[in-house]
Design a protein around this ligand. Structure first.
Ligand SMILES: [Zn+2]
Length: 218
């Protein structure tokens, strides 16, 4: 089956929306919707019926921009202050990575870099690309984009890994006696980035990726 055949077939797939139905997200009951109606209540469980997550694009953008803004203090402010015999030292994520690298723990430096800088920024950028593609009614293969969204969702489940790495770092430093460690403001900002990105992924409605397909073939 050729690529265009596959796309045509996908475009003619029966969906609840095309059949004039709304599916209840709580009890799964299908309700007939009046033409152009996007909301109502489920006659079985009384939940709000919505054909798409409300204001998905706007809410995703708001959370994404918040994420980008929080990413700045998360990387510029110290994530921890270390008090030792040698004085007080404040570390940002990046200076922590550099310290780990130069002190020979290069494997730990790589883990912290990937979990605390690479993955969070990749998540923000990928979701931004998806939202822009939906807004511009992109012709980019919807199946590919859905797969990317699925990866984003599954990575979200492991998001706390980022925070876990910071916690592990704190625990490692604690092994040295006579050393006290305090979390800095950067740690709070970093935690907020993780949570906001998670919420942004949840706010995005992947069905919007498929909507232009349907419009194009109707
Ligand atoms: Zn229901």
């Amino acid at each position: 089956m050729g690529e265009s055949d596959r796309l045509t077939k996908m475009a003619f797939t029966r969906t609840a929306g095309r059949l004039g139905l709304l599916s209840c997200h709580v009890c799964n009951r299908l309700t007939e919707s009046a033409p152009e109606a996007h909301e109502g209540r489920c006659s079985r469980c009384g939940s709000h019926l919505r054909s798409r997550k409300p204001d998905s694009i706007t809410r995703t953008w708001a959370l994404l921009i918040t994420g980008y803004l929080l990413f700045i203090p998360a990387n510029l402010l110290p994530i921890m202050h270390t008090n030792s015999l040698f004085g007080v030292q404040s570390d940002t994520i990046l200076s922590g990575v550099v310290y780990l690298w130069t002190s020979g723990s290069w494997y730990l430096a790589v883990i912290v870099f990937i979990a605390s800088i690479l993955i969070p920024s990749a998540k923000l950028v990928t979701l931004t690309v998806l939202v822009v593609s939906v807004q511009r009614c992109s012709t980019w293969d919807p199946l590919q984009r859905t797969n990317i969204y699925r990866v984003l969702e599954s990575v979200g489940r492991w998001s706390m890994l980022d925070i876990f790495v910071v916690a592990m770092l704190v625990a490692l430093v604690h092994l040295h006696t006579l050393t006290t460690i305090r979390a800095g403001a950067g740690a709070a900002a970093f935690g907020a980035v993780v949570v906001v990105t998670l919420l942004a992924t949840m706010a995005f409605d992947p069905r919007l990726i498929w909507d232009p397909q349907r419009a194009r073939h109707e």
